[in-house]
Ligand binder design. Structure first.
Ligand SMILES: O=C(O)CCC(=O)C(=O)O
Ligand SMILES: [Fe+2]
Length: 353
């Protein structure tokens, strides 16, 4: 087991105000793209201001999550999917192990979660495969769940799409370059709650809220409580740093597909969530919701020609989004260690003690 200890204090995650990207002048667009390019090369995580998502949408999401997770366990497990391959519905504490998405073993993760996502029926004319675009399982209670969560997904999706346009400009590509890779994107929202039952804070050595992983898709929009211990990211020297969301900002991080497109010029940052226990050993509550813009299932991701050169050989073979996601999810959800994540995993393995 290779879980690193926290070695650093909080890391300054670059803050970028994207207001004016869609309707500003060329200079403003170029300035935003320049800041994003720098953050993507150096950290892979950003705090986005000027995102335009109203606070009421985040409040609605939090209320839906709180009310669902407060239900009795028997009510929640009724929404487990028929098999773990179906990335929908309820995940109980200790069901998943995120580090297996990298082929690295670990104790069971402590988070519980609820997953919803884009369904095949959203693009009826495309005849998309149900296994990559499964139907949602909307809980009957709380009554506001579906409406509030759908609204958050709509807002997060819009922001994620704007970000793909910023990324394209930052990579000297036409602003709509990524559209043909994301116009029927198999997005998922994972709503996480980290809270151990009162009086049961026995942890296995190295057990975490969520094990180390890189996100699988293009970009993640992350809403999270500012609670420590919580989210940590790995720096290039092998040190873990706490990340605290700035007021009014949304965290975003780049996923594996952007690392593949850019031949690792941009970082798909390794991150983990510590066990929700304070320094006195008492349980803490922390919540987060990760909206994953994962790309079209049938899109082939290959290195951008501008990211190759005599000194920059291709680091990843082309892969379809569906293949890449299936191998990652088989790791975290079905505990079949992913054999195809050598490059990402090497960053973690080098920390082994
Ligand atoms: O809880 C967090 O802050 C991070 C969650 C996360 O990394 C994920 O859901 O992929
Ligand atoms: Fe993540």
């Amino acid at each position: 087991m290779s879980t690193a200890k926290a070695t650093g204090g909080p890391l300054q995650v670059p803050v970028v105000d994207i207001d004016g990207f869609e309707d500003g002048d060329t200079e403003r667009r170029a300035e935003i793209a320049r800041l994003v390019d720098r953050a993507a090369r150096e950290v892979g995580f950003l705090q986005i201001k000027g995102h335009g998502i109203p606070e009421i949408a985040a409040d609605g999401l939090a209320e839906a999550m709180d009310d669902f997770f407060a239900l009795p366990f028997e009510d929640k497990v009724a929404y487990k999917p028929p098999t773990p391959e179906v990335n929908r519905g309820y995940t109980a504490p200790r069901d998943e192990r995120l580090s297996y998405s990298l082929g690295v073993t670990s104790p069971a993760d402590l988070f519980e979660a609820y997953n919803v996502g884009v369904e095949a029926s959203k693009f009826a004319d495309l005849d998309l495969p149900e296994d990559h675009y499964p139907a949602n399982m909307w809980p009957e209670r709380p009554a506001l769940f579906e409406r509030n969560v759908e609204e958050w997904m709509r807002q997060a999706n819009k922001l994620a799409n704007t970000l793909t346009r910023v990324f394209a400009v930052a990579l000297d590509l036409p602003a709509d370059y990524f559209k043909s890779y994301t116009d029927h994107s198999m997005d998922t929202l994972r709503m996480n709650r980290y809270q151990l039952p009162d009086g049961d804070v026995r942890l296995e050595p190295g057990q975490l809220g969520m094990g180390p992983h890189t996100d699988y898709g293009v970009v993640t929009v992350l809403w999270a409580d500012d609670v420590l211990p919580g989210l940590q990211i790995l720096d290039s020297e092998g040190g873990w740093h706490d990340v605290r969301p700035a007021p009014g900002a949304l965290l975003i991080n780049l996923g594996d597909l952007l690392a593949r497109w850019t031949n690792d010029r941009w970082i798909s940052t390794m991150h983990q969530v510590l066990a929700p226990v304070d320094s006195e050993g008492r349980p803490l509550l922390r919540r987060s919701a990760a909206y994953f813009l994962d790309g079209n299932a049938d899109a082939v991701i290959d290195c951008l020609p501008s990211c190759l050169g005599p000194e920059e050989p291709k680091l990843y073979e082309p892969v379809t989004v569906a293949e890449h996601l299936a191998a990652k999810l088989a790791g975290s959800r079905s505990l079949k260690p992913n054999p195809n994540a050598g490059r990402e995993a090497s960053r973690l393995r080098s920390l082994s003690v």
